[in-house]
Design a protein around this ligand. Sequence first.
Ligand code: SF4
Length: 205
Amino acid sequence: MKLVPISALGTHNYCQCQIILRYIRKMHPGTDKVYDGITAHRLLDTNFIKSADIEDTVDNIITRAKKENTIFCTREIKVRSKEHRLIGRIDEVELHPKKIIIIDDKPNAKAYQSSKLQVTGYCIAFKKNYNIKKDIYAAVRDRDTGVIVWMEKFESNSSLAETVKTSVESILALTAGISKPKPQKDINRCNSCGYLDRCTYREGF
Ligand code: SF4
């Protein structure tokens, strides 16, 4: 793995073994929940495209938001930072005249550490891609209700940003076979895991 998919930060936080199952053994968590999630996500994108009234580049929209003193909203923004070894696609970005809000949509969203790490990863890559001087806020939003359940100003030296950095190093080491994954100790996490029936790391339980 050369670049770490930003969504893998949440996966890694949930359980290191999922990184091997997903990215090395190419197994997908085959739960109904996952497929329902994909469908719900596609619906959000389709509805957004239907209601969108302009088409422009992100760079132009950033300039326009400031110039026209208005808020623009865009979805599915690809980001990539070789320096941080991160790649991903942001659910939604709100471009305000003086700030930017990076939003990750989650089902039954709560302020889980895994969600905070993922959206912090998007902020890092977005800032690098667009050389942003404005304040950036990271937000986790409930996909079904549209309610923001967590929002914090992004700081590149915050403990969340530091954890993203160490998680990226850990994911790269795991996928390169340099380190071995530590199985999840919390049985409740295993019981909710989409790999539960196929996981070979649970033998110790
Ligand atoms: S079943 Fe448990 S140990 Fe296996 S991948 Fe899932 S959370 Fe990790």
